[in-house]
Design a protein around this ligand. Structure first.
Ligand code: HEC
Length: 94
């Protein structure tokens, strides 16, 4: 079990490195496989399309997307470029 967890962590770290976005910072709320409803408020990100995730991430950054907790997500994504967010969106969801 510990081995499995370690390989998931390694995989996540590799993906994040490639895309510029540190996915490790997101896993606590969204789950390592993105299926967790973050703080009881978010959608199941693993079920969202790449395009919808890209819209959401860039929208949080621009202040044009989101629900009651969008301010929290703005803090998570505002340090990344739109290109980084676009690239990262291709690595999660479906
Ligand atoms: C502290 C908890 C927390 C962290 C850390 C966090 N999120 Fe979120 N995320 C949320 C919440 C809560 C929402 C719903 C916000 C709202 O009201 O729109 C959300 C929404 C989202 C959505 C859109 C889903 C929807 O409901 O429309 C995406 C995509 C997303 N987050 C990706 C990320 C990424 C990528 C990271 C890391 C860079 C991250 N999140 C880090 C809590 C978190």
């Amino acid at each position: 079990m510990k081995k499995i967890v370690m390989s998931i962590v390694a995989l996540t770290a590799t993906t994040a490195l490639m895309a510029g976005v540190n996915a490790g910072a997101c896993a606590g709320c969204h789950g390592a496989d993105w299926s967790k409803v973050a703080l009881g408020k978010s959608k199941d990100v693993s079920a969202m399309s790449h395009a919808d995730i890209a819209t959401a991430l860039k929208g949080y950054k621009a202040g044009t997307y989101g629900g009651p907790m969008k301010g929290l997500m703005k803090g998570q994504v505002s340090k990344y470029s739109d290109a980084d967010l676009d690239a990262f969106a291709q690595t999660i969801g479906k």
